[in-house]
Design a protein around this ligand. Structure first.
Ligand code: FES
Length: 105
């Protein structure tokens, strides 16, 4: 599945992600800048924060309670904020678009 990451300055990175990886891992493996992922995917750092494109919010679903509370530590969390290590890549997410915040953490 293809995932598009859009940096805060508008730079787009389209990556071919592997099913079963997290969206964070897909970004890191493809050297998309702007995802720090300090905790390595444990839902404990909030530096893999992304904004999910409105059209994709149903498919990516809502954050679980632990993710929700970590998002309070993210830079400028919004309604469509998610921690990208908590979104699993699947065929259903082919075409997913997420935007990166100006800063992480
Ligand atoms: Fe740390 Fe996602 S990588 S919360």
């Amino acid at each position: 599945p293809k995932i598009t990451f859009i940096e805060n300055d508008g730079t787009e990175h389209v990556v071919e992600a592997e099913v079963g990886l997290s969206v964070m891992e897909a970004a890191v493996r493809n050297m998309v800048p702007g995802i720090d992922a300090d905790c390595g995917g444990a839902c404990a750092c909030a530096t893999c924060h992304v904004y999910v494109d409105e059209a994709w919010r149903d498919k990516t679903g809502k954050p679980e309670a632990m993710e929700e509370s970590m998002l309070d530590f993210a830079y400028e969390p919004k309604e469509n904020s998610r921690l990208s290590c908590q979104i699993t890549v699947s065929e259903a997410l082919d075409g997913l678009v997420v935007r990166l915040p100006e800063f992480q953490g």
